[in-house]
Design a protein. Sequence first.
Lengths: 136, 173
Amino acid sequence: MNKILIISFICSISFGILSGAEQKFTFDKEAYSFDNIVQEELFYSLLVELRCPKCQSSNLSGSNSPISNDLKREVYELVIKEKSAEEIKAYLVERYGNFIIYNPPIEPATYILWFGPFLLIILSLGSIILYRRKQA
Amino acid sequence: MKKLLDTLPLVIFVTLIIVLFSFLSNEDNQLETVLIDESFPEFSLTSLTDTTKILAKSDISELPALINVWATWCIACKVEHPFLMKLKEESILPIYGLNYKDNRNKAIALLKADGDPFEFSIFDFEGRLAIDLGVYGAPETFFIDKSGVIRVRHVGVIDDKVWKEKFAKYLDE
């Protein structure tokens, strides 16, 4: 019984790591040219971090929907204007809300998102320990 | 007490399933609206019917009004079109169109064929004003009150029911 618990715990953790690992670019990268490597890196890192509002489970870099392409253009123009990552994200959150960023800020509305999983772990570990003690 | 403890995991499991299922049926998929109670953004875009006419926020002069995001490629817009016509015919309030990422000629032809419920339509081929409004599809409808502030945003088809539930109360303010 103990072994099964440990194995399933490890599995669930590694799935979480794997799902975040791969990043695809499904659009024409030639269309964007940059003054320097810093701008280019900022642009591509933002596309991974920003979410497509239409498709809801894909980031901008992985989506070719019209709205994603518009947002890529918007991000591109802001990067070229030497805006910082924080400024660009704030600009988009102002229009699309926290939904647009995959890394939402810790605030009352997102507490359950950030702390819910830990609460679940504590609750389930607690109940397992309690249950085993009762049995012993 | 022991019995209660034994059934607790089952109770938690069942509650979780019910809660998660209720999220599944919540098909609305509406994103939170950031612009509520903000003033309508500035813009500078051409008129749909006149390429030489540049429209700006000040052209949306009759308030309160609706701003309706539409396009010929948008099937749901065809569904709500008769309702917009009805609002116009009964002179409930002026409607301004935001033609979104569309073909100009097709859009003009559609208004000629099916009727034009709009005071005018703003031609937003690149989706510039749309991004400032947080638009991610069509149709979307915004209600702007008499001081130019966005009060309601509705994503999807607007019909009698939606009008009564979401919009009508702001008209009487």
